[in-house]
Design a protein around this ligand. Sequence first.
Ligand SMILES: [Zn+2]
Length: 451
Amino acid sequence: MSDGTIFAPEGSGIRPFADTIGWLWRVPVTDSPSGRSVGIGTIEDGVELEALVASRQLAGAAVFGSRPGPDQGRVPGRQRLAGTARFGPGLATQGDFTVLHGPGRAVAESSFGAHALRDGSWLTLGFDPVASWGTLQHFWALRPLADFLAELLQRPMAMLPPLGMVRYDDVPGTAEQQLKGETKSDAHVRRRLRRILGAYRRAGAVINVAVACRALDGDREVPLESIWPGSLEMLREGIAEGYVEQVCHGYLHLDRDRSGPDEIEPREFARLDRPEAHRRIEAALEWGTSILGARPRTFIAPNWGYSSGSLEALGEIGLPAWLPFRFGPLVDGPNARETLVSTVNGIHDLDYAPLAALAAAGLPPYVTIHGGLMDARFDGLRGLRHAGALARLALRRDLVRLPGVPGIRWVGSGELMERLRAHDRVEVAGAEIRSPDGVEVSAHGAPVAAP
Ligand SMILES: [Zn+2]
């Protein structure tokens, strides 16, 4: 075990975030303070943390807050601003921001002002990490927090290497989309795939495709290749050459018992009992093996609808599933959690560098894309000011641009799942990182003498 810990006051709203960061950087989280702990908390915890730091019961403290207000003890005054914050070339994000006014050195700053202030053993960060997890606009916060913890705890933060994962969902089409009249022809999907897959092949990246194995022909369930044969052939080629990986996305992507003229229920696995889930997952794996040429290594249920029977069946089969993000360890039994919430709010125009900043801080962006654009993209681009970005995205979508982002290695879901599970067993003793099976770990912040 490591001898530096993160202290989160009992009952603090910051605890869920502390548990996630502690897992990502391999620092135990505790609710008993010690001189070998750095406290983290919300503005409400500021008074308690200040007293603990003053009496040397904590080595230091980091306080998070987005709410505007005047100075409160060591917590500096805060002002809210909305718009586009520019952190450097290619590093702009948009949304609501908190600017800090107080003593200390700015360790994160944009065109709006200082977002993080360091004052000796005190760090203030102007955002609420529990409310804002997964939005890109606060990408700047992780680095100063990691620097601060490494310095005060005199130990490295043991991070995942800079990885990311792109998942393109519902390719080449699903029964749900068929019922909604949203599917595209095989020729159309092939043209789209040619452009997308080529970008990943050329960049040496992997694109993950969530594919179910049956579609509808009128009322009949038919194998997917009877509707989209050419598209599946392209996926098969990409899988054989290593730049495409299938994520098993179920059997039909539809709960037929709960779908009718007025309602379409895509959550195929939300109510299945164990034997039926087992049958469908096995059939989907066999289909992937024979039609796409490789057995999928991970599973994602349509719309994250997992019944307990479905999770049991996955466990029996030994197929790990992706669960929606939740604070705490990203490994959950045999499964793992996605690292972000599903939308990537805060992205500005075509500035993808914040994704690389998250990856560099040991948080691999897990980006899910449906129609070529990141979710909630149009909300962010609305208005004339972003007409240029819209025009450029019409030519080349996010999905095609992402593999070119420097600083991220985009991996297959099987690899990411394995790395998360190995990371769960990484420990830090003194300044030494102990990694099981020799798995790669990035050491952030060499231990230096405390100030
Ligand atoms: Zn889907």
